[in-house]
Design a protein around this ligand. Structure first.
Ligand SMILES: O=C(O)CCC(=O)C(=O)O
Ligand SMILES: [Fe+2]
Length: 296
């Protein structure tokens, strides 16, 4: 059957730091945290209206749909630049649009916003210089990837609902990863099961995240995100729990990504064709083996 194999994500009310570590961080299991934001003024304060008052005058770069570029290129050029207030109006209207802002460190421009949340002490190792905001209009989506630095992410939702489809790192073999990147070739909004048949073997999770809830995305977890409503999130990161993960994360950022950028620049189309061919070949080989095992 051409469907995804997805189960719900655990919903956690109150949990001690020890339990959180043993049940979620160490086994790399995602969780929706209901109380992560219990001391955050931001939950009531960061309405589109207030953000417009505080920061509406800044110019922001907007990005479109990833498939409008070559799917193997990870860097996307912005499609336009507008006033933040104007973009927030589009989000609030809930009109469908592909326009998004990502990795936005608004706190550098408006540092007083830092007072509205805390790095909730459920675990250690926060990367406090990198609190990022992500915005998207209703109907926009974020292509399936895992975060290159292999940090854990606490992503808190504001204003509307977002849908997350998640796969553990050990499911990578079914996910058509482009070599030298942490991105999948599959368009999850419209899955082509003929071209990407292995995806039906991947076991994952799906959940909706609503205003004030936080999703814990453990180090290395694949995520595909759909903005059901025009909305936004704050994502806080902590270092990968294992030393090996930290080294691998730094190596990915400093070596693998740079090499990919270099090859994109100098061998544009042939490098891109090679990555797409490898992504498909590699994953389809795995399912051929799997299907042979079932027959024999
Ligand atoms: O929510 C988004 O728009 C993207 C979030 C994401 O990929 C992340 O926090 O790692
Ligand atoms: Fe991500």
């Amino acid at each position: 059957m051409n469907t995804l194999n997805l189960r719900p994500v655990d919903v956690v009310e109150d949990i001690s730091n020890e339990e959180f570590y043993h049940n979620y961080v160490k086994p790399r299991r995602p969780a929706i945290l209901k109380n992560y934001t219990k001391n955050w003024a931001a939950i009531d304060k960061w309405s589109p209206e207030n953000l417009k008052k505080i920061a509406g005058q800044h110019k922001v770069k907007l990005y479109g749909k990833w498939l409008d570029n070559s799917p193997t290129f990870i860097e996307m050029p912005p499609v336009k630049e507008v006033l933040f207030a104007e973009y927030l109006d589009t989000i609030e209207s809930n009109e469908p649009s592909d326009l998004r802002i990502f990795l936005f460190n608004l706190f550098k421009l408006e540092p007083e916003l830092l007072k509205d949340f805390e790095f909730t002490p459920i675990m250690d190792g926060y990367l406090k210089d990198f609190p990022y905001l992500f915005f998207g209009c209703a109907g926009s989506d974020v292509r399936m990837h895992y975060d290159i630095d292999l940090s854990n992410v606490f992503i808190t939702q504001f204003h509307g609902t977002k849908r997350f489809t998640l796969f553990d790192q050990d499911q990578s073999k079914y996910l058509y990863k482009f070599p030298f990147t942490t991105h999948s070739a599959v368009d999850m909004a419209n899955i082509d099961f003929d071209k990407y048949p292995a995806i039906k073997y991947a076991k994952g999770y799906q959940c909706d995240l609503n205003h004030g809830e936080t999703l814990f995305m453990p180090s290395g977890i694949w995520h595909y995100i759909q903005y059901i409503d025009g909305s936004y999130s704050l994502s806080l990161r902590t270092l990968s729990p294992s030393r090996l993960g930290q080294i691998q994360g730094a190596y990915n950022v400093l070596v693998v990504r740079k090499l990919d950028e270099f090859l994109n620049k100098y061998y544009k189309n042939s490098w891109s064709d090679y990555k797409l061919k490898k992504a498909i070949e590699h994953t389809n080989e795995i399912i051929e083996e799997r299907e042979e095992d079932i027959i024999s």
